[in-house]
Design a protein around this ligand. Structure first.
Ligand code: HEC
Length: 204
């Protein structure tokens, strides 16, 4: 019995899909080498939690370890992170349905998680930020975030989540809005990647 299971972690980049022929749904995509460590930006002393430098430093360590910048920093998904806009959102989106079966997959863009009040999470409460990270809930809990890997963060303990929040409040607010999400079936000219998971077929 074949039990092989293959996970391809390479990201595939779609740029302007055009009308790909039905026979090859991957035409119009190219492989990108995006797996790299993205540095967390330096916290700025004196912001929001001036007395709690230890928590901020611990939060910086966790953000680095948990790879938040690999999605939330512009360019990181394409392998060329723009560290001047670290954590300020990605103009490259992530597909949440498969381009193999959907000619036009749904796409979300990792948003700005710097403390900018208009375009980032500056006005979110600590609980709202914690819920987004550990439970994948949107700001007012109205929907579940997609492609944000909250399942992997669900067991972050309260001290660690407080440190992450302290850190996110300590970095420079950067004004930057990401594109609107693209609905499944809707055509987009924005760039996006998808993460592929494939299982071999056991019945032929
Ligand atoms: C695999 C890519 C990826 C990683 C890694 C990732 N995120 Fe996200 N995150 C997203 C996407 C995409 C969204 C928006 C999803 C949606 O709108 O449905 C999101 C949404 C969020 C939101 C809600 C913000 C808003 O404006 O809606 C917060 C807060 C957040 N992420 C924080 C984090 C933190 C902190 C980490 C690291 C611990 C992290 N993310 C790691 C992709 C990622």
């Amino acid at each position: 019995m074949r039990t092989g299971f293959l996970i391809l972690s390479a990201f595939v980049l779609a740029a302007c899909m055009g009308d790909a022929p039905v026979e090859d749904p991957m035409e119009g995509y190219q492989e990108v080498q995006s797996a790299k460590v993205v540095d967390a930006p330096e916290p700025q002393a004196g912001r929001f939690y001036p007395g709690d430098r230890d928590a901020i430093d611990h939060g910086a360590y966790l953000i680095q370890l948990l790879g938040c910048g690999a999605c939330h920093t512009n360019g990181a998904l394409d392998g060329v992170p723009d560290m001047n806009k670290a954590l300020a959102g990605s103009m490259t989106g992530i597909a949440y349905s498969s381009p193999v079966t959907d000619k036009h997959p749904g796409v979300v863009f990792p948003p700005n998680i710097t403390p900018d009040e208009k375009t980032g999470i500056g006005l979110w409460t600590d609980t709202e930020i914690a819920n987004a990270i550990r439970a994948g809930t949107s700001r007012h809990g109205s929907r579940r975030l997609v492609t944000m890997p909250w399942q992997g963060y669900a067991r972050i303990n309260d001290d660690d989540i407080a440190a992450i929040v302290a850190y996110l409040r300590s970095i420079e607010p950067i004004a930057n809005s990401v594109p609107e999400p693209v609905k499944r079936g809707e055509r987009t000219r924005e760039r996006f990647v998808y993460f592929g998971v494939y299982q071999n077929k056991l019945d032929d």
